[in-house]
Design a protein around this ligand. Structure first.
Ligand SMILES: [Zn+2]
Length: 148
């Protein structure tokens, strides 16, 4: 299936009044763009992260046949950003073409390690947002551990 790119007001050069809405839209678009590149038998899954420097990095899930070296989409997006020299992660979106969409414990810890307690993660299934939570909410103990 080819990549379908939806045009947003932003793409057309029409400024959005709500900056956070524009960010969420760009992250969703980036994650949906790469989701069809998913490797493996599962549903298409993608993730995109926004860095403190304003750059967006996106990645698809890569499953190995034996699952032992499977890389989650959010993990890959965060690590791609880091390997490009990006600073902290301030927002992220995870998409799946079907339920469930979730963020595993390892990915939560990864985002907590390279984000802030306010880093917002959204989960979207078929363009429908199913959750939005900060890392502090997803992993409260991690934040309290880090401040010790
Ligand atoms: Zn994960």
């Amino acid at each position: 299936m080819g990549k379908v790119r939806r045009l947003s007001l932003d793409d057309l050069g029409i400024p959005l009044t709500d900056e956070s809405e524009s960010r969420a839209e760009k992250l969703l678009e980036a994650a949906e763009d790469v989701a069809p590149n998913t490797v493996g038998d599962g549903p298409d899954r993608g993730a995109a992260v926004l860095t403190a420097g304003g750059a967006i990095y996106a990645a698809a899930r890569i499953e190995t046949p034996d699952q032992r070296q499977t890389s989650h989409e959010l993990e890959l997006a965060v690590k791609t950003a880091l390997s490009d020299g990006a600073g902290s992660i301030i927002e992220g979106t995870v998409v799946s073409e079907e339920e469930p969409v979730s963020v595993c414990g390892d990915c939560r810890e990864l985002v907590a390690a390279f984000g802030t307690g306010d880093t917002l993660i959204r989960g979207v299934v078929n363009s429908e947002e199913v959750f939005a939570a900060t890392v502090g909410e997803l992993l409260p103990d991690e934040q309290s551990c880090r401040t010790k």
